[in-house]
Ligand binder design. Structure first.
Ligand code: MLT
Length: 410
């Protein structure tokens, strides 16, 4: 008898974005005429064409694969040296990160889920609420939780509420936890953590022998230099943090797939008998066993994002999406709604009008304005009463969304 992993059965709801897709499809089937003008600002998926620098580099790489002299088969599991070095030199210029601490992969969603392979059973895990649902669901699958309750919270997880009162940066846990997921600029609230706040987290992690899993997939959207883009800008973080980054939201690689993790060589976890073990070594072993590397053309495309032209093209993309975020924020503010995020992030987090809950707002926007948003409650109990608008869209669509918001709520 093939026993199943019963932890999966604890996940009562479908994964958030397919669930939204299901509801949108039901609307499209029921209202085909209205659905013609549907605008999707739900999942944060990019809309603008790939930067030329990346496209050209990928084409050249494909041509290399077309000649025996330059053909390549399996690449190094951890990523080609050219890309690991480009990441260390560019993404971490002035920060202590070496090329061999960078592990290239095909996405941060996979990385943030797969990282649990190297941690033991029975660990105490803290997550913010609201949160990117992958952190929760993968901990449920891994058996790090008990059952879920009505609000979708799972027994055993330590929830750190992020509210307007704490600027969506949680207070330190009152108890000792082993793993802490932090994501800044934050998905879903679009807010950022200051240097001082991150210093407190690093101090907590060092004092409690915990590891911070720092997701900075949206770092390209940070404006100015006051807000940290990397946890490794904080002194001491090399002893207590792993960072996740992606080319999805800066280079528009959501369909191309390339991301990376940084694990400092000195970072360790513990065995039950107290022996210290290198997390870098464990992840290298895990990656080499379960992954055969991201494709060569894709890695060449990612490398090209760090060329002079590539950097300019990424900056243009970021400026475009940030322009959208500004328009969406302004439209919601003019309607008297409380608006957060959108300044260092492509996500605008909006308080629902009085008397409307998150899914109610989702339905209202879908049925009455033909705009798909993401209900805050889908990101956790503390997201109830909010909705998220993604600024990943064309300018034309965003302008129409702003007009429809005014017609709907004005
Ligand atoms: C989101 O909409 O939250 C993200 O696009 C999802 C993801 O990056 O997996």
């Amino acid at each position: 008898m093939a026993l199943v992993n019963e932890n999966f059965l604890k996940l009562k709801a479908g994964y958030l974005f397919p669930e939204i897709g299901r509801r949108v499809k039901a609307f499209v089937d029921a209202e085909p005429v209205k659905a013609k003008s549907l605008i999707r600002c739900g999942i944060g998926d990019v809309t603008e064409p790939l930067p030329d620098a990346a496209r050209e580099a990928m084409k050249l790489a494909v041509d290399e694969l077309g000649a025996r002299e330059t053909f390549r088969g399996y690449g190094p599991e951890q990523g080609y040296e050219f890309l690991r070095k480009a990441i260390a030199d560019n993404a971490y210029a002035g920060i202590e990160v070496s090329a061999d601490e960078v592990f290239v992969s095909d996405g941060s969603k996979c990385d943030t889920g797969n990282i649990l392979d190297i941690f033991g059973k029975g660990i105490r895990v803290a997550i913010t609420d609201p949160v990117y649902p992958v952190y929760v669901d993968t901990n449920v699958m891994a058996g790090n939780t008990g059952e879920g309750d009505e609000s979708g919270r799972f027994e055993g997880l330590v929830y750190l509420p992020c509210t307007a009162e704490n600027n969506f940066v949680p207070a330190l846990p009152e108890e000792k936890v082993d793993l802490i997921y932090l994501c800044y600029p934050n998905n879903p609230t679009g807010t950022v953590a200051t240097r001082e706040e991150l210093e407190k987290w690093v101090a907590y992690a060092k004092e409690n022998d915990s590891i911070i899993l720092y997701d900075s997939a949206y770092e390209a959207y940070v404006q100015g230099s006051d807000v940290p883009k990397s946890i490794f800008e904080i002194e001491g973080a090399r002893d207590c943090a792993i960072e996740f980054r992606s080319f999805s939201k800066n280079g528009g690689f959501t369909g191309v797939r390339c991301a990376y993790i940084v694990i400092p060589k000195e970072l360790t976890g513990s065995t039950t008998s107290g022996e210290r073990v290198s997390l870098h070594g464990l992840w290298a072993r895990r990656h080499a066993t379960k992954f055969n590397g991201c494709s060569y053309p894709v890695q060449r495309g990612a490398e090209a994002l760090y060329s002079v032209e590539g950097k300019m093209q990424v900056a243009r993309l970021v400026k475009h999406y940030m322009g959208n975020a500004a328009l969406l924020s302004e439209a919601c503010q003019k309607l008297g709604l409380s608006v957060y995020g959108g300044e260092h992030s492509p996500y605008v987090w909006v308080k629902c009008p009085d008397g409307v809950d998150s899914w109610g707002m989702f339905d209202k926007m879908l049925n009455e304005a033909q705009v798909v948003v993401t209900p805050g409650a889908g990101f956790g109990a503390a997201g109830e009463g909010y909705f998220r608008i993604s600024a990943f869209n064309t300018r034309e669509n965003v302008e129409v969304v702003c007009e429809r918001l005014v017609s709907l709520l004005g």
